[in-house]
Design a protein around this ligand. Sequence first.
Ligand SMILES: CC(C)(COP(=O)(O)OP(=O)(O)OC[C@H]1O[C@@H](n2cnc3c(N)ncnc32)[C@H](O)[C@@H]1OP(=O)(O)O)[C@@H](O)C(=O)NCCC(=O)NCCS
Length: 168
Amino acid sequence: MSILEEKNQKVKLVRIDKSMFPVIIPLYQSWFNNRKIRRFLFTSTPKSKRRISQLLLKWCFDTNTAYFMILLPENGTFVGHAGLNIKGKEAEIGIVIGETKFWNKGIATSALNQLVTLAKKKFKLRKLTARIDKKNIASINLFKKAKFEMEKASSKEYVYWLDFPKQK
Ligand SMILES: CC(C)(COP(=O)(O)OP(=O)(O)OC[C@H]1O[C@@H](n2cnc3c(N)ncnc32)[C@H](O)[C@@H]1OP(=O)(O)O)[C@@H](O)C(=O)NCCC(=O)NCCS
């Protein structure tokens, strides 16, 4: 298990591991079936235990994905995930705070900051993107705060991006 802790962060990121499936699959199932969350996820997001398990297996073993559990450092509570879907030197970000009672407390901000550092320093990526539903004000605020800029817009979603110039 790789644990990535940055000082003074509200959360820690821990790589998803198959040994955790019995604990995390039921939580994913409740998150991915929660309407408040689901309305902002891709329609392809799985709902059943079997399909969630298949997706998590992909995240564990596919070298083009890197997904992390977001845990509260004080007691290890699993509150959400943040991950990268990597293509060459670029990646699309996925982030969900599944435990809605923890929304609007800076948890995603802390997780995203750590994920951006990882993308740059560990995975040596050059560009990150996030596809965000136009109605998802919290997510738009989240990515803007992390210095992402709007790249393009379609009728339903925005694409925000951040790049890491070579010299920095
Ligand atoms: C989007 C999401 C990840 C934000 O998580 P969070 O931990 O609540 O975010 P934070 O507390 O770090 O807040 C980030 C910013 O959004 C703002 N925000 C949070 N909830 C908000 C809300 N309901 N309405 C308006 N702004 C909101 C915060 O105020 C903060 O900006 P600020 O610091 O300038 O005030 C979370 O709401 C979520 O998981 N939603 C469902 C799944 C989803 O939409 N994923 C993203 C797909 S692109």
